[in-house]
Design a binder for this molecule. Structure first.
Ligand SMILES: *Cc1c(COP(=O)(O)O)cnc(C)c1O
Length: 462
């Protein structure tokens, strides 16, 4: 498989180059030149595979043999050997017609671990093999940072700098990032919100000269490999349901911020997985909900909510979907993205909007609905949802039209005790989280300007 850019100005590149490029050098996002379609007979053969085996099968369609099979296998097994559940991403029945896909059994208790454990291994592999310097630079609304740091701390040839919005991440998220003592890790706590962090990072990545001289590498979901790793659990969940006697198409409800996770679901569907609707769950930061309902993509006012990892207005991966819904036409993407920069909005209508509404349903959780959902499911089923997973479940309840739905549980409730306590529910922290509270912390608080960030990076990436 070769990779191209949504804006049409990156020549066809291979898997490792796409992994290292992160953001396309033309400012677009990398996508496979053609999405491989898995035949039904092959899907049947995959039914009984373990998560790890399934990942190796899916990756084989994309890696062009650039990584020897034995090496990739070793990396995959090392990545998921650190998970606390043997199934990696188990499926649990919540009630009739509604299942939860638990994605939080990795080291930092959120779904980001699934892609980032593997990407940590891959970066380390490339650093060793080519003697390359790898300087990872990322922005986080809380979970990506913790997970990426966990994936590469102490690894030779790799440095990682993570920007998070100052005092806008949960306590546990902050502790997971800042209690890491390895010298190859730098945490910048940035005055501003996640969109500010993401914008600064994107500007630095878009400056190809800066990017190359500083050996920058991306772990945000602008990186296609992250998306690809996440398609695996959509397939895995589908096969788990088949084993439980479910037949036909399955809907997925996805708590959404940067559109990365739900785009992975879209890719799985395009690869031939029998997915019905993708239900897009947001909180008050509902730009994507409005897009699905009205065809208008226009950032609103940023709001801090109970589900901080979804407090995002400008969704990086949205451009990937635009590319497909516009018929894989890079000129059309460029024109809409330029219009977005000029006018601050993108509008689609007619057949395009009909296609959007065919692909997605959407629900934005507002006000007390998030906490009420947590309380109600705790009472009715005994299951404690984290606030992000609760948005997914609330959206599934709202949008599901009688089919079978899998709602993605993207984090463990212990990461977001602030919201859980507001529900008057007491939880016991798992030991790896409990032990963070009395450890020393390391971070630098900086202004939310490109200048201030570049200055810190200059010292660190030397
Ligand atoms: C990152 C995150 C999301 C949103 O995922 P996107 O890929 O950005 O859409 C949802 N829930 C949790 C817990 C997260 O960490």
């Amino acid at each position: 498989m070769r990779f191209i850019s949504t804006r049409g100005n990156v020549g066809q590149i291979g898997f490792i180059d796409a992994f290292l490029m992160g953001l396309g050098n033309d400012g677009g996002l990398l996508v496979p030149a053609q999405i491989p379609v898995i035949e039904e007979a092959t899907l049947k053969q995959w039914q009984n595979l373990t998560f790890q085996e399934l990942m190796l099968e899916i990756f084989s369609y994309y890696t062009n043999g650039e990584i020897p099979e034995a090496d990739l296998k070793q990396m995959v097994y090392a990545s998921y050997g650190r998970f606390r559940d043997e199934e990696v991403t188990p499926v649990r029945k919540l009630k009739d017609g509604l299942f939860l896909l638990e994605l939080f059994h990795g080291p930092t208790f959120a779904f980001k671990d699934i892609a980032l454990q593997l990407m940590g291994e891959l970066y380390s592999y490339v650093a060793k093999k080519d003697g390359r310097k790898i300087h990872i630079l990322g922005a986080t609304s809380g979970d990506t940072g913790a997970s990426a740091i966990e994936g590469v701390k102490g690894k030779e040839g790799i440095k990682i700098c993570i920007l998070h919005p100052h005092q806008k991440v949960s306590k546990v998220q902050e502790l997971q990032m800042t209690t890491v003592q390895e010298d190859n890790v730098l945490n910048l706590s940035v005055h501003g919100n996640f969109d500010d962090c993401q914008r600064i990072i994107k500007e630095l990545f878009a400056d190809v000269n800066y990017k190359t001289t500083n050996h920058l590498a991306a772990i945000n979901s602008i990186n296609f490999v992250r998306i690809l790793a996440q398609t695996v659990y959509y397939f895995y969940a589908y096969f788990q349901l088949q084993k439980q006697g479910v037949s036909g198409k399955v809907d997925f409800s996805v708590p959404t911020g940067n559109f990365g996770d739900i785009f992975a679901g879209y890719l799985a569907k395009r690869m031939g997985l029998p997915v019905g609707k993708l239900i897009l769950a947001t909180n008050e930061n509902n730009i994507l909900e409005r897009f699905v309902k009205e065809g208008i993509y226009k950032p609103g006012n940023f709001q801090s909510t109970y589900s901080p990892s979804m407090d995002i207005q400008v969704a990086s991966n949205f451009e990937r979907y635009l590319y497909y819904v516009l018929g894989e036409n890079p000129e059309a993407v460029v024109s809409l993205m330029e219009g977005f920069k000029r006018e601050g909005q993108i509008v689609v209508n007619g057949d395009t909007l009909r296609q959007v509404q065919e692909d997605f349903a959407a629900h934005g959780v507002v006000g007390e609905e998030c906490l009420n959902t947590i309380r109600r499911y705790k009472e009715e089923t005994g299951y404690l949802l984290d606030p992000h997973s609760a948005c997914g479940v609330a959206a599934a309840d709202q949008c599901e039209a009688g089919g079978v739905c899998v709602s993605l549980a993207t984090a463990h409730p212990a990461k977001f005790d602030e919201a859980i306590r507001l529900c008057s529910i007491e939880q016991t922290f798992p030991e790896p989280i409990a032990r963070l509270f009395d450890q020393p912390r390391r971070q630098i608080v900086v202004d939310g300007t490109q200048e201030a960030i570049v200055q810190e990076l200059g010292r660190f990436f030397r």
